[in-house]
Write a protein that binds this ligand. Structure first.
Ligand code: IMP
Length: 198
């Protein structure tokens, strides 16, 4: 069984392969190895909507079972911001550090007990026969007052995980994968793929 992954991000491909290893004869192929894909607009209002847009587009271009993910950070005290805008928060002039510093600034007046947040990831699987599946993974935490740690990416340095007593950026890659939103969504996707036995 071959599944096209709608990402060229090598860390994501590695994590997808690792989580789906238990499925016999499954081959994950990054779409970039098959064809050039035009930039896909991610303009839905939900993670699920964006993941489906990407998976549907890749499936219609390649004619093969296709998988895509969309993820982001949801902060309760900011009514769900940055949410689907996580990658673009604060506009195109900001890098990862600029985005999490902006987040800390916006949350300066939010008291310690009200800084809950979660990373959310939705995986969409679209088959050429029109069947569509989505799975969701969440990782609960809270937003710190200053950054700590230098592994990972994005908002990891300001995302604190109570049960580990560390920020996401202070975890090793394998520790992060074992509890991350993406890891959890992938485990659920693996269960669907096992049932489908394409
Ligand atoms: P995408 O799903 O790759 O488009 O990611 C959306 C954005 O959400 C990223 O650019 C990050 O800002 C944020 N994000 C998603 N997953 C993580 C994570 O595991 N750690 C830190 N930031 C993340």
């Amino acid at each position: 069984m071959k599944i096209v992954a709608a990402t060229a991000n090598t860390d994501k491909i590695k994590e997808i392969k690792e989580k789906l290893l238990s499925i016999p004869d499954l081959e994950i192929v990054p779409v970039s190895e098959i064809t050039d894909v035009p930039e896909i607009p991610e303009d839905a209002e939900s993670f699920e909507g964006n993941a489906l847009i990407k998976a549907r587009t890749i499936c219609s271009i390649t004619g093969m079972p296709s998988m895509a993910d969309d993820s982001g950070l949801v902060v309760d005290a900011l009514n769900g911001e940055p949410g689907v805008y996580s990658a673009r928060y604060g506009g195109p002039g900001l890098d990862d550090k600029g985005r999490y510093m902006l987040l800390l600034e916006k949350m300066a007046d939010i008291p310690d007990g009200s800084r809950q947040a979660r990373f959310v990831c939705v995986i969409a699987l679209v088959l050429p026969d029109g069947r569509e599946f989505t799975t969701t993974g969440r990782c609960e935490g809270s937003i710190t007052r200053s950054p700590s740690g230098d592994s990972g990416f994005g908002y990891d340095p300001v995302f604190y995980i109570e049960e580990r007593g560390k920020t996401m950026a202070q975890l090793s890659m394998s520790e992060k994968n074992s509890l991350s939103h993406r890891g959890k969504a992938l485990e659920k996707a693996a269960a669907i793929l096992k049932d489908l036995a394409l």
